[in-house]
Design a protein around this ligand. Structure first.
Ligand code: GLA
Length: 399
């Protein structure tokens, strides 16, 4: 995906160029990327997270093709990738298209009669930037395949179901043991709202993201991360070990690390071996509490407090969870010295990608300019900056 989205008209013209026919039976579906405001690496520990869907999104033009194949192209890739509806497992081996194949596989498993389609993808979510371009591809595919399935009238129209199918696709087709946060935000996002999501019960609440004179500025380190090859899956194993230790020390049988409170952690701390696992546990349990505190500060309109909590969260993910790295740390350190910036932290899985920064609107342009100079000098990489707009979740676009 690249940085300019085609208009609906251009996308349809390109679709016709590749797949023929006319434009009256082409439909357009979209799903957004997301930014996570706070609650990092705790979705898979049953914690609460606070993401918001972006207006940066994946878009696909789609038409039924009367066959049993899904033929896919992207506007910035050569070649046609094809999934056989009778053998979706083959899609695991696609170098591009495994997200879509995993989702189609999941929809069929869930009882949808998915039909053959031609699909052309475009979008403007920078790939590998920690803004969930993969969840956006999954949810775009999911909503399109659901709406065009033969039995869609008799099936549920619950986007949460699609989020779960997307997550499973990551696990089974892409080798990433992710939590539910990204797919949920992409499926359920609401314009100008963040989502407070309990990842254990999937209960959620929309909270207006009203920052007054402040803006959320995304700073992209432009250091690509790749979850599959990163330490992500390793962290999951470490927190599973952490849960076992907490259960043992406190003689309980909690299902999730986030069932424990800050008090529980400090009660157990002395009996936990002083090592990386203890640090991971501390991050997870205290981060879960920080989400609650941050949301409450935001609801009271106390942005300074909100910003302070974001910085605390960054220290925790940096020193206890260790998923940042030189580029993200540099971006964060520079932001903390900028006028008008009251809070900053890495967002997403880490190992590259973006930071979010709460910046006073009068300083936003200068912030990006100064940061660009100093970050490039420190890392040799030219970063990108985006002022964040919060948009809606996965849906059909009717034009
Ligand atoms: C990735 C995963 C999410 C979540 C974040 C870290 O984005 O897909 O499930 O774990 O990392 O908070």
């Amino acid at each position: 995906m690249h940085n300019n989205t085609l208009s609906a008209y251009e996308l349809k013209q390109l679709f016709i160029h590749y797949f023929g026919g006319s434009d009256n039976d082409i439909r357009i579906f979209t799903a957004p990327g997301r930014v996570n405001l706070i609650g990092e690496h705790i979705d898979y520990c049953g914690g609460s997270v606070f993401p918001a869907a972006l207006t940066l999104s994946c878009v696909a033009a789609v038409r039924l093709n009367g066959t049993t194949r899904i033929n896919m192209r992207a506007d910035d890739l050569d070649g046609l990738y094809s999934i056989d509806l009778d053998n979706t497992s083959e899609g695991r081996n696609l170098k591009w298209g495994n997200y879509q194949a995993g989702v189609i596989h999941g929809l069929i498993e869930a009882g949808y009669s998915v039909r053959g389609m031609d699909m052309l993808f475009t979008g403007d979510i920078p790939f590998g930037s920690g803004l969930s371009s993969s969840a956006a591809i999954e949810l775009t595919t999911a909503v399109a395949a659901r709406e065009l399935s033969e039995n869609h009238d008799s099936m549920s129209h619950d986007n949460i179901e699609l989020a779960l199918i997307g997550q499973k696709a990551e696990h089974t087709f892409c080798g990433v043991n992710c939590g539910i946060m990204d797919q949920f935000a992409s499926a359920m996002g609401r314009k100008d709202n963040a989502i407070l999501l309990n990842c254990s019960s999937l209960e959620y609440r929309y909270i207006p993201l009203d920052l007054g004179d402040y803006r959320v500025v995304l700073a992209n380190t432009c250091k690509k991360h790749s979850l599959g090859t990163s330490e992500y899956n390793k962290r999951r194993l470490e927190v599973a070990e952490g849960l076992k230790r907490m259960n043992k020390v406190l003689s309980r049988e909690c299902r999730n690390l986030c069932d424990y409170t800050e008090e529980d952690y400090y009660a157990a701390e002395g009996s936990l071996t002083h090592d990386k696992i203890r640090d991971r546990v501390k991050h997870v349990i205290l981060e879960n509490e920080r989400v609650r505190k941050a949301v409450s500060a935001l609801e009271k309109g106390d942005l300074v407090k909100f910003g302070e909590i974001l910085r605390e969260a960054n220290d925790s993910i940096r020193y206890l969870y260790e998923v940042t790295g030189y580029e993200l740390d540099t971006m964060y350190d520079l932001a903390c010295n900028e006028d008008g910036c009251i809070g900053s932290r890495m967002t997403g899985a880490g190992f590259g990608g973006c930071t979010i920064n709460i910046v006073h609107k009068d300083f936003a342009a200068g912030f990006a300019e100064n940061m660009k100079k100093s970050y490039t000098k420190a890392t040799g990489i030219v970063p990108e900056f985006y002022t964040c707009s919060i948009g809606d979740g996965a849906r059909e676009i009717t034009v």
